[in-house]
Design a protein around this ligand. Structure first.
Ligand code: ATP
Length: 490
């Protein structure tokens, strides 16, 4: 096995272990699994949804609660079809795809080429890789599909399955899902939104007027988006139905450089508050920009399959509002009381995939180590405020009144914290089960509790145990596991 193959094999191995863990411990299941699943569509289990909701809550509060000038909305998934004409999605939301004639598999050409370039780098040919990427970007920018055909042939890029390069010509493929609304003969074609941002743009004036917002201000939204992705791989990294958390920040024209920088720094701090190490993040500025954009940067995380985008920050000028103005034939302008004039605001967008963030946290927190006495140990090192369950409460044994005391503690805490109560099996096995779902604390009621009202509290990562008074458990959990404790880091 070559060093490249070995590296790929190791990362596939980690991803496989992570997928198996997420499914076995109630985080993520394939959708409609009893019918053998549906490609690129996933369901969240009890712990997955709790983790996802906590993350969502953290993002929402960090945007709307920590910024006086950011408010939220919840727009519908189905929007007037002209929205997508104005946004450019009907004409331009396409991926170039190609089919391999031998394996019958379909690929996104840009991803196929990027993977080949990564292999060239691993083989010690970085200059060749760079040429390939630059050529590809030129072709994509110019919509030159024949150029992409030529690159596949020139670099002998082969299908990973059939290992041949018998490709069909490259074609453009629109990623939007369409559906029919209304009576059959007179139905209208609508699209499932491929991004949540347009729901914000079309509501710009509604929000500005009704919430009396003054520029600069932002509108945040969390919701489902749908894309008919050709490449179905890498688990929940690329899904056909997924959730986005987007914020459009409306600003005076000519202030975009300042605000782009502000949001880049703000979002970097958000990731560091989650305990993501700097070396696991990469800021990737786009060299080729969309025609309306003045700057764009991807925040990438080091997944087992390489550095990949979790969030995009884009300086979008006044493109979207102007385009909606033109198609809707309605003014979407702001009267600036300071400048005493009307203008179309510019926009800085932060756009992050919630499912990719969940995958990032699972990936970042998935620890498999050799413990000196206990053998192999697997645990999920999730930030405590995002952990699905904040604490598990155990009686050491069921008898002698310990179960009653433990249940009483559970009952006093359950209004404020998601907890698990468990009395079956050995304490060791109960600890292990909580480690596997990332519960930060296990609290045990034992014989000493009956004497002095103290309990042991065991911390997940270091497995350290100490005693605290029962009356202090609530404040300990509040300080260490509330979303507020994360917000305070920003
Ligand atoms: P990619 O290049 O990976 O396809 P993108 O640049 O098209 O992503 P954007 O349109 O900028 O992505 O969407 C913003 C965010 O939405 C992305 O950073 C990502 O986190 C998330 N996202 C986009 N497509 C998907 C998908 N198919 N599955 C899960 N999350 C997605």
């Amino acid at each position: 096995m070559s060093p490249t193959d070995a590296a790929l094999d190791r990362s596939n191995h980690t991803l496989k272990a992570l997928i198996a863990h997420a499914q076995a411990y109630g985080f993520i299941y394939p959708s409609s699994e009893i019918y053998d699943g549906l490609q690129s569509i996933y369901d969240y289990g009890p712990y997955g949804i709790a983790l996802k909701r906590n993350l969502q809550d953290f993002w929402w509060k960090s945007m709307t609660q920590l910024h006086q000038n950011i408010v939220g909305i919840d727009a519908a998934i189905m929007m007037h079809p002209t929205t997508w004409k104005a946004s450019g999605h009907i004409d331009g939301f396409t991926d170039p795809m190609v089919d391999n004639k031998d394996s019958q598999k379909r690929y996104r050409v840009d991803l196929l080429i990027e993977e080949h370039a990564a292999q060239l780098v691993a083989q010690g040919k970085p200059a060749e890789a760079q040429d390939l990427i630059e050529e590809m970007e030129h072709c994509l920018q110019a919509g030159n599909l024949t150029g992409l055909d030529k690159l596949l042939q020139h670099f002998a890029i082969a299908c990973p399955l059939s290992k041949t390069n018998h490709w069909t010509p490259v074609r453009q493929f629109n990623l939007m899902f369409s559906t029919q609304v209304g009576a059959q003969n007179d139905a209208t074609t609508l699209y499932l939104r491929p991004e949540t941002a347009q729901g914000i743009f079309v509501n710009f004036l509604n929000v500005q007027k009704t919430a009396r917002m003054k520029i600069p201000f932002g509108i945040a939204q969390i919701g489902k988006a749908f894309r008919n992705e050709i490449v179905a791989r890498q688990f929940t990294f690329r899904m056909r139905e997924f959730e986005q958390m987007e914020m459009q920040f409306f600003i005076q024209p000519d202030t975009e450089a300042k605000w782009f920088n502000y949001w880049q720094e703000n979002r970097k701090a958000w990731y560091s508050s989650l305990g993501i190490n700097e070396e696991k993040l990469n800021l990737h500025p786009h060299k080729q920009l969309a025609h309306y954009a003045t700057a764009a940067v991807d925040i990438e995380y080091a997944f087992p399959f390489g550095f990949k985008e979790v969030e995009g920050i884009h300086s979008r000028t006044d493109f979207d509002l102007k385009s909606h103005e033109q198609y809707a034939k309605k003014k979407l302008q702001y009267f600036d009381p300071d400048l005493k004039k009307h203008y179309t605001p510019y926009v800085i967008e932060t756009s992050v995939g919630l499912d990719r963030l969940v995958l990032m946290l699972l990936s970042n927190g998935f620890v498999q180590t050799e413990h000196p006495t206990d053998g192999q140990r697997t645990y999920l090192k999730l930030p405590a405020p995002l952990a699905p369950i904040k604490a598990a409460i155990f009686p050491l044994v069921k008898k002698d009144g310990l179960a009653e005391r433990a249940l009483a503690l559970f009952d006093t805490l359950k209004y404020d914290f998601p907890l698990i109560y468990e009395e079956a099996q050995s304490i060791g096995k109960r600890y292990t089960r909580q480690d596997l779902i990332g519960t930060p604390y296990c609290i045990t009621v034992d014989y000493q509790t009956l004497e002095d009202e103290t309990v042991t509290i065991r911390e997940r990562d270091a497995m350290a145990q100490h005693r605290i008074h029962m009356a202090e458990v609530a404040s300990h959990l509040e300080v260490t596991t509330s979303i507020k404790s994360l917000l305070a880091r920003l």
